[in-house]
Structures are given as C-alpha cells and as structure tokens.
Design a protein around this ligand. Structure first.
Ligand code: EPZ
Length: 429
C-alpha cells in the first residue's frame, strides 16, 4: 500500500508552480460532451480524478487522449452512444455526475448512479434534479439510478430538448450550478439561475462554454443567464490554476517557509482566504504576474475564528489545511464548518500527532500546542490527506501517511513539489 514518509523539521524555500484546477478541469471535460469536433484542453493536471473522468467519457463513447507530460487532453465526443454514468465510477468520483447536464442537454436523456454519502457529508443531488425538472425533464429514481429524460416537445420541432426556465437554488451549490448551467446550453430559450455558486472554477467553465459557442452572461455574479443555442463546437482552452493547491502551499509556507514563491497563483481567486491569513499575521504578498510570496513572519501568528462559506467566503476545501496552522498557534481558535456536515474526520488523526482539537457539532475548538510529533496516520479524504502532509512537515520525527490514494486524486506531484522546496518527503509504494 503506497504511503508518504515525511521527516519533519526542514525549512521550505524556493519556487513552486501551481497546476491546473482539478475542479475546473473535471467540469470542462464533462462539458466537452456537448461539443462537436475536438476539444483541446491545456494545463490539465495529471491527477487520478482526471483519469477517472477520462474513463467516464470513454465509457460514453468519447475518444480521449491525455498527454500527461504536456498536461494536454484532446476529447472528441462525436460518437457518444451511451448515456449512463455507472455506479463504479460515480462511487469512485462524485464529479462523474457532472456528465448528467451535458448528456441531458445534447441527447435529452441520461442515467446516473445516485452518489450516496462520502467521507465529508451526505451530499445529495436534489438541487441538480430539481433544476432539470424545472427545465422540462422527468426524473425517475430506480435501483440506485436516476433516469432523467427531456419530455419531447415535437409539436414545436424541439424534440427531446430541455426548455429554458428560471431556477432559484436553495443553496449556492457548485455542482448544481454547473450541471444546470451546462444543461441549459443546448436548451430552447433562456434559463436564469439565481443564487448561483460563484467560485472561480464556475467562471472558468462558463468561459469555456462561451468559447465553444454558448451564450452565458452574468458570469461571476449570483445570477447566471443562459440563452440556449443549437450547437457547441470543440475549441482550445486553458484551465485556470488551482486555488486550493495555491492555498495549500500558502499554508505550507506559513508553517515552515523561509521564502516560498508560488507561481501561477491568482490572489483574487482565493476569496477571503488570503485576507484571513494576513489578519493572523502570515507574511503574504501579492505580486504582479500571478505570484504570491509567503515569507517567515517576524512576529508570532495569532489564533483565529474561521467559518467556511461558499465563495468568496472561506473555502471549505482549505478548512482542514488551515486547521493545521491553527494547531501550532498559542491560544484558542475556532473553526466552523458550514458547507459539509462531516468534514472534521481528520481531527482525530491530528490529535494522534499531539494536536489539541475538540469537535462540537460543526465547530472545532483548537488549542495551540508547542509541537506536533510524527506518527502513522491515515488520510480520510483528499484535503484531510493534504493537511496531514503539512502536519508531517513540522512534526518531530517521522510521519507516515496511509491511504494516500485520496491525495493522489487531486494534487499533481505533491511530494515532488514539496521536495523541490526542501521538504524531506518520499512516496513509498
Ligand atoms: C464541490 O463539490 C467540490 N467538488 C468540492 O471539492 C467542494 O468541497 C465543494 O464544491 C464546496 O466548495 C468538485 O468541484 C468536484 P456543493 P459539490 O454542491 O459540487 C449540499 C475537493 O476536495 N447539496 O457546492 O459536490 C451538499 O450536500 C472537493 O476538491 C445539497 O444538499 O459541492 C453540501 O452540503 C471535495 N443538494 C453543500 O450543498 C444538492 O443537490 C455544498 O455542495 C447539492 C448540494
């Protein structure tokens, strides 16, 4: 079983380049289902989740070529014949359900496995399905699958097409915003999504769709307007840099950096995150040309109260990561998780390393400790795994991290990038 072995205590120094955003690449790959001809995506991270999405597209009948060395993927969906996202793949990666909107939009039907819960929460898809229904689809739940079908509108010559609608999301769900926005692209008429999610990855998806011929406006606001078009065409598009990987390296720099220069890092995509860290005393600088610099702080860092919220709020994906930093700051910090109900499973692992975290419902009360001590620990999910790696960098002695398949899903060359900065981390197979 592969694991990371880290000897803590090294100072980080140097430059690191951020990879393309996982949560943008996966959705744009799914969106390519709607395009005729070839879609060429650049800056695609070579991570396991991208390979899984490629597998999903293959199963549907798409031709996918991923040049991992060049981070370039070519997708041709002209010959798609199947409309099903099977359980094995949805189970492995929930983002597989993002093929539903594109398939429904292009072919008027889709069958997707209902994802079920995962290690961070119950994660329903009711908002996705409600959106499809308001656009004229009929959803049938059977044997663990949802069959969604656009009810034909042949009288108007609009057979098997969804129709535009106004959709008010109860919560600015990213997945629901993305699935509904994609479903609306080839529908008849205008769709308005109110209370839409505003994460930069959603803007990236909308910009890709517009480049392919869609008509989406209101990008970056909480009301997206989509005018249905007849056709989308394959195009070339460069995936934005990953803001969660950026935040991970910022925290690594704050924990044990002398001077860490993070390239391809977009400050404005970080929402309130950088501002919050600065208020804690982290020495952060936003330079021109997409560079963020983290330097060792001259003064002691301060504890903080942090609440996760949709963008531009503090990102839930960086909640486990920042908690590691709070563990090392004298005083009491409180982290409140508002997006997922079960995102503190890693706290017990950090406590095994000497941290002092008490969980009370969706709050974590963290009392700073003077040191963490290396221990064998297990990653419970992707970001929890990254948090444990960061803890290992500053812990006394050796930390062994098991279940690293979670980490490999979403971080490209994580160990190599840390090694280049001076960390003592190796991957053992
Ligand atoms: C996306 O998940 C990301 N995944 C997650 O990143 C991220 O943590 C999350 O957004 C929040 O920012 C991808 O982009 C692949 P949501 P998603 O729909 O779209 C509830 C990572 O580590 N909800 O915004 O699934 C839901 O249960 C991953 O990279 C419903 O109740 O998140 C949750 O409590 C982990 N009904 C909240 O909304 C629905 O129909 C936010 O979920 C949909 C969501």
């Amino acid at each position: 079983m592969a694991k990371f072995v880290i000897k803590g205590g090294n100072q980080l120094n140097g430059k690191v380049k951020i990879s393309g955003a996982k949560n943008s690449a996966l959705k744009i790959m799914a969106a390519s289902i709607m395009a005729t001809g070839t879609t060429i995506l650049k800056n695609v991270p070579a991570i396991d989740d991208v390979l899984t999405m490629a597998e999903v597209l293959n199963i549907l009948g798409a031709e996918v070529n991923f040049n991992t060395a060049q981070n370039e993927i070519k997708i041709n969906c002209n010959d798609i014949k199947a409309f099903e996202a099977p359980y094995e793949l949805v189970r492995k990666m929930r983002a597989s359900i993002l093929v539903a909107g594109p398939l429904l939009s292009r072919f008027g039907e889709v069958k997707i496995a209902i994802p079920g819960g995962c290690n961070i929460g119950s994660r329903q898809i009711d908002l996705h399905l409600k959106g499809f229904e308001l656009m004229g689809a009929e959803n049938r739940l059977e044997h663990g699958y949802v069959y969604s079908r656009a009810i034909s509108n042949s009288a108007k010559g609009l057979k098997r097409k969804l129709k535009g609608s106004e959709i008010n999301l109860e919560f600015p769900s990213r997945g629901a915003t993305e699935n509904i926005m994609m479903a609306a692209c080839l529908s008849s008429g205008k769709t308005i999504i109110n209370n839409a999610a505003k994460e930069p990855e959603i803007n990236d998806l909308a910009n890709f769709l517009n480049k392919a011929g869609a008509k989406i406006s209101g990008i970056g606001t909480d009301s997206l307007i989509i005018e249905g078009v007849e056709e989308l065409k394959g195009c070339e598009y460069e995936i934005m840099p990953d803001s969660i990987e950026t935040g991970t390296f910022i925290v690594a720099g704050a924990l044990c950096g002398k001077k860490v220069e993070i390239n391809d890092a977009i400050w404005d995509n970080m929402g309130i995150f950088c501002q919050k860290l600065k208020s804690m005393g982290v020495n952060l600088e936003n330079k021109a040309d997409k560079t963020i610099i983290v330097k060792k702080s001259k003064t002691a860092l301060k504890p903080a109260y942090i609440s996760t919220l949709p963008f531009p709020g503090f990102p839930t994906d960086l909640q486990p990561i920042v908690t590691v930093l709070l563990c090392t700051i004298p005083g009491i910090s409180v982290v409140t998780e508002n997006v997922f109900e079960n995102r503190f499973m890693y706290a017990d692992e950090l406590n095994r390393m000497g941290a002092n975290i008490k969980i009370d419902g969706h709050h974590a009360v963290i009392t700073g400790v003077s040191k963490l001590s290396g221990a064998p620990v297990s990653a419970t999910d992707l970001r929890a795994g990254a948090a444990l790696v960061l803890a290992g960098l500053i812990a006394d002695g050796t930390t062994e991290i098991y279940e690293i398949h979670h980490i490999l899903r979403g971080y490209e060359n994580f160990d190599k990038k840390l090694r280049n900065l001076g960390a003592d981390i190796i991957k053992v197979s």
